[in-house]
Design a protein around this ligand. Structure first.
Ligand SMILES: Nc1ncnc2c1ncn2[C@@H]1O[C@H](COP(=O)(O)OP(=O)(O)OP(=O)(O)O)[C@@H](O)[C@H]1O
Ligand code: SF4
Ligand SMILES: [Mg+2]
Length: 349
């Protein structure tokens, strides 16, 4: 792994124009980076902005603000031929490969297309390369003669991965790539992605609403809520010792085999629900405060008026007022605004 990130996203904001509703801010001030040969998981509930970030990286959505650097070069505003040239390095595997794989082409034609267009190899070289690609994703070479519709969901995902790899991509955005598959097929695709990473050094930005899946494949994790990063850091730390109340909420939603653990989680979820009953509308609606305040079991008054800035807690970053920016330790007591410099202090200090 190199120290310099392969993908470096800074302060990314994406707004959509919505008819009769004005502007919708889908992503706000997001930082994330992915190093060569690494998997970074991007997790959050539906509508949290995960795909918007993936699309901005791929050049399918124009950022409103911020920077997206790939291999040290700004790519946020790239258009036309210069953007097309990036296709060699940056690929995507979506949730539903049928919608991204032209059903009227055979698998062989689908895999040859990028080889011939981007790498400009000859027809016979492309045919050999297709067989090798199919073997690489554990499909038989004769799959080249069949159409995508003749394969199962898991096999189609292997074809989509082979297509992404056909031009030696260095980063693949996997957007809910295993979400539509059953658990055992999910496991086999995740293991394929890991093997390919080991063999080829490809990096993944792995987007999923399922923190259990993200935990399984990512070395680092970024937790997103309403378009903002709540917590990011090494997966083992974030998942085993979550700091942010939202990360804990996501983890509490994963079923556990132990009935006592399951009961404790259910109680925490119910407490969270009771805590938020009767709360005012989400603070994001007013544009102030923490975006998670309306659902947070640990909310303080200050959370409704001041947005938290990310604080280093060990090697991770946590956007929550509970953590003291100087020490990274949780603050105790009711948080209030310091009179002199606007700092947030435990009440009575
Ligand atoms: N083209 C668009 N025009 C307007 N609003 C959009 C557009 N695409 C996404 N949005 C909105 O932006 C927000 C983020 O959407 P996005 O698809 O990035 O979320 P997501 O985290 O990928 O959700 P999911 O898990 O459901 O795929 C949502 O409120 C969504 O409705
Ligand atoms: S800043 Fe406040 S509302 Fe937001 S997550 Fe932290 S405690 Fe909860
Ligand atoms: Mg999405």
């Amino acid at each position: 792994m190199t120290a310099e990130p392969l993908l470096d996203v800074r302060d990314l904001t994406v707004e959509y124009r919505v008819a009769r509703r004005g502007t919708l801010r889908a992503v706000h001030g997001v930082h994330l980076d992915v190093r060569a040969g690494e998997t970074v998981g991007l997790v959050g509930e539906s509508g949290s902005g995960k795909s918007t970030i993936g699309r901005a990286v791929l050049g399918l959505t124009t950022p409103t603000a911020g920077s997206i650097r790939f291999d040290g070069r700004e790519i946020a505003g790239l258009r036309g031929r210069r953007r097309a040239r990036l296709a060699r390095d940056l690929q995507v595997v979506f949730q539903d490969p049928l919608s991204s794989l032209n059903p009227s082409l055979t698998v062989g034609e689908l895999l040859q297309e990028p080889l011939r267009v981007v790498r400009r190899v000859s027809r016979s070289e492309a045919a050999t390369a297709v067989g090798d690609l199919l073997e690489r994703v554990s499909l038989p070479r004769d799959a080249a003669g069949r159409y995508p519709g003749a394969f199962s969901g898991g096999q189609r995902q292997r074809i989509a991965i082979a297509r992404a790899l056909s031009i030696d991509a260095r980063l693949i955005v996997c957007d809910e790539s295993v979400s539509a598959l059953d658990v055992s097929t999910q496991a086999s695709i995740l293991s394929l992605l890991r093997r390919l990473q080991h063999e080829l050094g490809v990096a993944y930005l792995f987007v999923s609403h399922d923190i259990a899946v993200v935990r399984n494949i990512s070395q680092r994790i970024v937790v997103l809520y309403k378009g903002e990063v709540m917590e990011r850091g090494h997966t083992a730390e974030v998942v085993d010792r979550p700091c942010h109340p939202y990360t804990r909420t996501l983890l509490d939603a994963i079923p556990v085999p132990d009935p006592r653990g399951q009961r404790e989680r259910r109680e925490r979820r119910l407490a969270a629900r009771d805590r938020t009953l009767g709360d005012p509308p989400p603070v994001a609606d007013t544009g102030t405060g923490c975006v998670f305040a309306a659902r947070c079991v640990e909310v303080h008054d200050v959370c409704r008026t001041h947005a938290p800035t990310p604080v280093p807690v060990g090697t991770r970053q946590v956007a929550c007022h509970i953590y003291d920016p100087a020490s990274g330790h949780p603050r105790v007591g009711e948080l209030t605004e310091g009179a002199a410099d606007g700092r947030l202090l435990p009440r009575g200090r």
